[in-house]
Each structure stands twice: as structure tokens, then as C-alpha cells.
Design a binder for this molecule. Structure first.
Ligand code: HEC
Length: 200
């Protein structure tokens, strides 16, 4: 074995010496040898291209303010929800036109603001004190549909201490606060004991 190897190394050395511009690598297996050709230009450019691209990409998304695909998608969803809520605001009040308001963060945030100012004295954050707990599955009036909530908030129950809000709030505020109460449903915050009938 050694003898064979020595022979071929000598051979390749001979070729190098002979001034041939074909450079053979030093190893050899089962009679197979390898040229030491440079990578093709286009390949090398492609390689550097990918390297620079990856650095630029890294910089853009990790250091710069590049937006991830997920964040861009969530932005689009938010935008669409806001547009749909805006359209729903211009329609007559129905269960269907109230529903899109719950999906729009801007609308529910506005509703939360109204709630904190006007409703919290009696309902706290929703868990109830003078007024009933709005986060449980029990309802005194109706079944907790958005229209039920709209009706009771709009007309109130003056004889029981729940004011009517249709004069005190603008139509937009009324819908906003109804949307916010809609988002409270099922949160089951510990607070005032359930009143009314259970709605599954
Ligand atoms: C002065 C106290 C008071 C304020 C302020 C008040 N509520 Fe009430 N609310 C009550 C009481 C009391 C009831 C229970 C009425 C009954 O027993 O029929 C009630 C009932 C409700 C109900 C019906 C709950 C059910 O189980 O059917 C909703 C919805 C509601 N309030 C929403 C609101 C919203 C929204 C606001 C603010 C815009 C608000 N309330 C402000 C006292 C209040």
C-alpha cells in the first residue's frame, strides 16, 4: 500500500514540476484524484450576495425597525377591525351591528373609558357592588345578548337604581360602553354574588 501511495505522490509532484497549470490535490483514493479548480465566479458572487443579504436582513429586523410578518398581519387585522367597527357604527343598532365593535380595540377602549367614568361607581370594574356583577353568566334582564345590554343601558331600570343612559351618553358612547360590557361577559370576576337567571 505504502508503495502505491508513494508512487502517486511522486507522480503528482512530477506533474506540478512539469509546469502544467492543472493543480492536482495531494490525496488520491483508489486511483481517483481531484483537481484544485477555483469556484466559478458566479458562484462566489452568489455566496457573497447571500452573506450580505443575511447581514442586511438581520440588521433590518433585529436592530432597525423592520416589522415581522406576524406583526404586519396583526396590524392589518387591527385596521380591518377598526374599519368594520366604523361601518357598524353607521348602521342601525342590531345584534349584528354591535358585534363588530367588540373586535375593535379602539372602540372597546373608548367604552372602557366611559365605563370607568359612569358605571364604575355601581359596577366597579364589572364585578359589581350596588349594581350586579356583569362578568358572570347570570342576567336579571334578558339573556346577556348585546341587544339586551343595549336595551338595559339605554333605558335603565330607574325603580331599581340603574339609570337610563340614552340621554346622558352620545349614541356613539352608548354603543362603545355596550361593546365594552360585551367583552366582560364570561370573565367571571370574583365580586357580587350572581343575580337573575343562569344563561349557559
Ligand atoms: C347608580 C348605580 C348604577 C350606575 C351608575 C350604573 N348602574 Fe348598571 N345597574 C345598577 C343596578 C342597581 C342594576 C340592577 C337593576 C335591577 O336589579 O333590575 C344595574 C343593572 C345593569 C345591567 C343589567 C345586568 C343584568 O344582570 O341584567 C347592565 C348591563 C348595566 N347595569 C350596565 C351599566 C352600565 C354600562 C353603566 C354605565 C353606563 C351602568 N350600568 C351604570 C346600578 C347602576
Amino acid at each position: 500500500m505504502n508503495a502505491v501511495k508513494d508512487e502517486t505522490t511522486m507522480e503528482s509532484e512530477e506533474r506540478k514540476d512539469s509546469g502544467s497549470d492543472v493543480s492536482l490535490l495531494d490525496h488520491e483514493y483508489d486511483g481517483i484524484q481531484e483537481f484544485d479548480n477555483p469556484m466559478p465566479r458566479w458562484w462566489v458572487w452568489l455566496f457573497w450576495g447571500t452573506l450580505w443579504f443575511s447581514l442586511a436582513y438581520l440588521f433590518h429586523y433585529w436592530v432597525g425597525n423592520g416589522q415581522s410578518v406576524l406583526a404586519a398581519y396583526e396590524d392589518d387585522v387591527r385596521e380591518a377591525a377598526a374599519i368594520m367597527a366604523q361601518e357598524a357604527m353607521n348602521q342601525a343598532v342590531t345584534e349584528e351591528s354591535l358585534a363588530p365593535l367588540l373586535a375593535d380595540a379602539g372602540t372597546t377602549a373608548a367604552g372602557q373609558g366611559v365605563f370607568a367614568g359612569k358605571c364604575s361607581p355601581c359596577h366597579l370594574e364589572g364585578e359589581g357592588s350596588i349594581g350586579p356583577n356583569l362578568t358572570d353568566q347570570h342576567w336579571i334582564h334578558g339573556k346577556g345578548t348585546l341587544m339586551d345590554i343595549y336595551q338595559i343601558v339605554s333605558d335603565g331600570v330607574p325603580e331599581k337604581g340603574m339609570p337610563a343612559w340614552n340621554r346622558q351618553l352620545s349614541p356613539a358612547e352608548l354603543r362603545q360602553v355596550v361593546a365594552f360590557v360585551g367583552t366582560l361577559r364570561g370573565k367571571n370576576m370574583p365580586g357580587k354574588a350572581p343575580e337573575g337567571t343562569l344563561v349557559e
